[in-house]
Design a protein around this ligand. Sequence first.
Ligand SMILES: Nc1ncnc2c1ncn2[C@@H]1O[C@H](COP(=O)(O)OP(=O)(O)OP(=O)(O)O)[C@@H](O)[C@H]1O
Length: 321
Amino acid sequence: MSIINKMSNNLTIHLLVNETAGNGRAKKVLEQTALLLVNENIDFDIQKSTYPGEAIILAETYCNQKHHKNEVLLVIGGDGSFNEVLNGIKRSNKPETPCAYLPAGTGNDFGRAAHLTSNPQVLLDHLKANLKPSSIDCGSFKLAEFGKQTFYFVNSFGIGFDAYVNHLSNISTLKKMLNRINEGKLIYGSHILTCLRKQDTFTVEVECDGKKRYYQNAFLVTTTNHPYLGGGIALLPPARIDSHKINTVIVEKYTIKSLIKLFIKLLKDGSHLECPEFHYIEAEQITVKTSKQEFGQVDGEEIKRGNFNIDFVVDQFDLLR
Ligand SMILES: Nc1ncnc2c1ncn2[C@@H]1O[C@H](COP(=O)(O)OP(=O)(O)OP(=O)(O)O)[C@@H](O)[C@H]1O
């Protein structure tokens, strides 16, 4: 769907929106943004994704068209939508095309890590003042079963516990109901408790810089671009979004008691980093192989359960903020 508002100004904003993100929050942010753009006489148009995955195609098509230097692709949605747009940009003939992002999802971990504003007026003022993009890290990966195709993530690729929590949250109708009254975190908490009990352990091989490491009791294996997971949980506080490195975090389960202690520390003060079950490897390139069928998630979107064999490489994209 495309709505065009043609006015005279140097800046042109192409809004790419998932109105379903954030349980309707993105729709409100779109309305606020469109009103601001009308009031400020800025040219804009709106494209709305109408089904999961469409933002990939919309972003790719946008990038393959000719644009002048004052045209801005501005994404309104959650991190899943932003992930789709990044994948569309990277697949296009102009993978260096910059974009801007107004986080309007439920978790918004990328916005938190990149210190993005969620205020349309603040972002618009920045864009009017400066269209110089920042180079921001993202993760890229290849899955053995998908051949040569490269995919990208802005937050993380998780295997095991976090992907299981994500799976339960996605299928939970109660979450959808509670989200509407902003109590989705309650049900998220109950899924965490369920998965702490039910997630099994598995063996993982992590290879980087020519060295292989094995973890026999892996419970969570998350390759991340920054500290946050699950809407603000600081899994890896030292990770930086501009380090030009990615991190693979491995949490092992020795006993349920020691695991719960680790999670309390994680939620309390970040001292979980000192627990013997907590490991992380920072590098430009990391290969992860798992031994059993496990749940997987990429930027909060579930992927097919499997034995994973993944090559991760850090990459960058241009963000206007
Ligand atoms: N019109 C649509 N109807 C249903 N789903 C859509 C539509 N457009 C996009 N989607 C899908 O919705 C998924 C979830 O959206 P998104 O992640 O942006 O919001 P969120 O889950 O509320 O936020 P966050 O990931 O920050 O928690 C996206 O991955 C996308 O595939």
